[in-house]
Design a protein around this ligand. Structure first.
Ligand SMILES: Cc1ncc(COP(=O)(O)O)c(C=O)c1O
Length: 414
């Protein structure tokens, strides 16, 4: 980390860690270093960089910055969140067992159940809010307990310290997917986790313009493994990608505060709306993980899910009706997004124990004017409230999608 930032606060490190002014030009913004190869003064003598896949100055700045934010000694950037997850799990060998949450992100489920399982690794999906269930799922060959908290899209909150105690007691390591919370709201390593992974495509990048992943750890042996995989497999982000994430991270703290503030207003509206059967948000005192979230998080974040009272047809009608909330996958950026997990992000978990309620709607609350957001969602819910299950195909979903297409030009002018 840059010597000037050690011991400084989160916002200072987000802006300065690993990002000293350029020693040659004085540029205050980390240059996008495009060189694929670096001069050596003699064979094997270089200034820290040899070949672009192995290491790159822009990537090194990003890795230093993000590791600092997670309170980690080691950080590794990858080309996507899935590449980061894959790098961590490549440590497993045939016969090993991994525990995943029973509402894990669909891509994590797919990686474990379809890719790793084909290589002889076994897995169990467990409700990690119950340490008894976790204890029952642990086997002598369990090497990893994979936590996601809050989860995507159910917003389940898992007690990281409690899971770490059980896992470590059985000799397994603990990985936390910290994508939803970000290091601004939650620092898993300080709570006992061994590894943190991110889809930096989300809040870290923050602007829906870069796909990336990140892994942080304080474990030297694991760091050596990660550095080896990063170079050997080569799923590395481009220098431009690294620049975009670095740029996004500078405003992470202020963005997260506003995401959460806007989410609170939306949750208040959803809780009162008759077309909503249930709101899933850790900030609600009635949320089963509220007390744990208060303890281990600094705020409750900008992701909200809800179950439409009219089931799947109503959920599909809501996502088709909003104007400011764009119907799209992904999350964590300045613009508000809405999606239907069962048919979109979590389709890969359909027909599995991790299948998602088809009445569920997930929203990523952005940074637009909060009254506009509340108004947009309320209006869409008013329409969805009139959707009958039996006319959904004809008028609800398809009709609303057609209306959505027709008004595309109006939407752009808002
Ligand atoms: C919680 C979580 N983890 C991991 C990923 C995978 O990240 P990426 O899409 O950057 O590969 C996602 C993507 O949506 C996610 O939501």
């Amino acid at each position: 980390m840059s010597g000037a930032t050690g011991g400084n606060g989160f916002e200072t490190r987000a802006i300065h860690a690993g990002q000293d002014p350029d020693p040659v030009t004085g540029a205050v913004v980390t240059p996008i270093s495009l060189a694929t190869t670096f001069a050596q003064s003699e064979v094997g003598e270089h200034r820290g960089f040899e070949y672009g896949r192995t290491g790159n100055p822009t990537r090194a700045a990003l890795e230093t910055c993000l590791a600092s934010l997670e309170g980690a000694r080691h950080g590794f950037a990858f080309a996507s969140g899935m590449a980061a997850e894959d790098a961590v799990l490549r440590r497993l060998v045939p016969g090993d067992h991994v525990v995943i949450p029973d509402d894990a992100y669909g891509g994590t489920y797919r990686l474990v159940a379809k890719v790793l399982a084909a290589g002889g690794i076994t897995w169990t999906a467990v409700d990690l809010t119950s340490t008894d269930a976790l204890r029952a799922a642990m086997r002598p060959e369990t090497r990893v307990v994979w936590i996601e908290t809050p989860t995507n899209p159910m917003l389940t909150v898992v007690d990281i310290a409690a899971v770490a105690e059980v896992a470590h007691g059985r000799g397994a390591s603990v990985v936390v997917d910290n994508t939803f919370a970000t290091p601004y709201l939650q620092r898993p390593l300080a709570l006992g986790a061994d590894v943190v992974v991110h889809s930096s495509t989300k809040y870290l990048g923050g602007h829906s313009d870069v796909v990336g992943g990140f892994v942080a750890t304080n474990d030297a042996a694991l760091a050596e493994h990660l550095g080896f995989v990063q170079n050997a497999v080569g799923a590395v982000p481009s220098p431009f990608d690294c620049y975009l994430v670095l740029r996004g991270v500078k405003t992470l703290a202020v963005r997260m505060d506003r995401h959460a503030e806007n989410a609170r207003a939306i949750v208040a509206m959803l809780a009162e709306h008759p077309a909503v059967a249930k709101v899933l948000y850790p900030g609600l005192p009635a949320h089963p993980g509220h007390d744990v979230a208060r303890r281990q998080m600094r705020g409750f974040g900008g992701m909200v899910s809800f179950v439409a009272a009219g089931g799947e047809a109503a959920a599909l009608a809501v996502v088709a009706e909003t104007r400011l909330f764009t119907l799209a996958e992904s999350l964590g950026a300045v613009e508000s997004l809405i999606e239907h997990p069962a048919k979109m992000t979590h389709l890969s978990a359909a027909d599995s124990p991790l299948a998602v309620d088809p009445g569920l709607v997930r929203i990523s609350v952005g940074l637009e004017t909060v009254d506009d957001l509340v108004g947009d969602l309320r209006r869409a819910l008013d329409v969805a409230g009139t959707t009958r299950a039996d006319d959904a195909e004809a008028t609800g979903w398809r009709g609303a999608l057609a209306r959505r297409r027709r008004r595309a030009s109006d939407t752009r002018s808002t």
